[in-house]
Design a protein around this ligand. Structure first.
Ligand SMILES: [Zn+2]
Ligand SMILES: [Zn+2]
Length: 363
């Protein structure tokens, strides 16, 4: 093993364009693996990090949704092995905290990550988005963050399982526990919302209502399994959802926007004993108003989820097999395949609502 020189997309100043820079990638340490990237999806969270909203010190290596090949492994790593194709998880439960031992590893507060082993050409240690940093030729991650993935599957599709698809399908199946025959509303029909819609379809929900303000996203919602769509610019979406559900509201309402208004509308869209699931990351200090008596007498349920409550080691293979047998549409979520130099253009296209996912394909 030896230090590798490669290229990576680095955020240096909040709000400034992230440029491709020469970086160095050290050898993996004990319990770590170095991964040669095949593909990496461009996600809103990378934009969030680029704007300095994680509060961590820049410079930052962007990217956190990727499939690659294990190039080398550090000491005490029995799996994965060098040469294996892996999809990266930004949560690797520690296995020993009180949450992990009681079976709630999805809320593990001590998740594993690698030491920061990437540096800029001028020797500054790089932070990495969600402990990964995948807009780079190579990255170093904790061995448990690298989940073996079938090498025969298209890596541009499987990388999506590492963030948007894992989060959205997981939210439908695990956080909300959507049931057969149930009614579902999804606020926000970007990559995560589309994945919630697919999860609800896999759970055999009878009615799936996609809500957005962008016509393109309402079209996507339909293409991925929504039975109805509501354009939230054309009036109160809560009222529209009631009209579509015999005046009742839905059994499960998901929010993939992160604004107080969307959260309030999501909660208000639920029927008696309905479940509202919050997925979108809210701004610090944001507040909502909850009509408490209505929520109480409705016996409302409200929960927040991170990463769709998935357990990567269990769910990445599951979602890959759902993809392989045609139940989970991943190929058509890949709007464009781009190079490392095209990330800023991909951010702009995402913000304009033109792309579900731009996926970087590495040489
Ligand atoms: Zn733990
Ligand atoms: Zn993401």
């Amino acid at each position: 093993m030896a230090v590798i020189h490669g290229r990576g997309v680095v955020a240096r100043q909040p709000g400034s364009p992230a440029g491709v820079e020469d970086i160095t990638i050290e050898d993996p340490g004990p319990g770590e693996v170095r991964v040669k990237m095949l593909t990496s999806g461009v996600c809103h969270t990378d934009l969030f990090a680029k704007e300095g909203k994680f509060g961590a010190a820049l410079p930052y290596l962007l990217g956190h949704e990727a499939t690659g090949i294990v190039e080398s492994v550090g000491d005490h790593v029995s799996r994965p092995t060098a040469g294996q194709t892996v999809t990266l998880s930004w949560r690797a439960p520690c296995g020993v905290c009180r949450f992990c031992v009681r079976g709630d590893s999805q809320v593990c507060p001590s998740a594993l990550t690698a030491q920061p082993r990437m540096k800029t050409h001028d020797g500054i240690t790089l932070g990495r988005v969600l402990g990964l940093g995948t807009f780079a030729d190579y990255t170093v991650v904790a061995a448990d963050q690298a989940i073996p993935m079938k090498e025969t599957l298209d890596p541009a599709a499987t990388c999506l399982v590492g963030c948007a698809v894992g989060t959205g399908v997981g939210a439908a199946l695990y956080s909300g526990k959507a049931t057969p025959g149930s009614t579902v509303a999804v606020f926000g029909c970007g990559a995560v919302g589309i994945s919630v819609i697919q999860g609800a379809r896999i759970a055999h929900a009878s009615r799936i209502i996609g809500v957005d303000i962008a016509p393109s996203k309402l079209e996507w919602a339909k293409a991925f399994g929504a039975t109805d769509t509501v354009d939230a610019r054309e009036g109160d979406p809560v009222e529209a959802i009631r009209m579509l559900t015999d005046g009742l509201g839905v059994d499960f309402a998901f929010e993939a926007v992160g604004t107080p208004q969307a959260v309030e509308q999501t909660i208000a869209s639920c029927d008696i004993a309905g479940t509202a699931v919050l997925i979108g990351v809210p701004a610090q200090n944001s507040q909502i108003t909850l009509p408490l008596a209505k929520f109480f007498f409705n016996r409302g349920r409200l929960r927040a989820t991170s990463y769709g409550d998935i357990v990567a080691g269990r769910d990445f293979p599951l979602f890959a097999s759902l993809y392989q047998r045609g139940d989970l549409a991943l190929d058509k979520m890949v709007s464009e395949r781009i190079g490392l130099d095209d990330v800023e253009d991909a951010f702009a296209a995402m913000q304009r609502g033109e792309t579900i996912r731009s996926v970087i394909v590495f040489d």
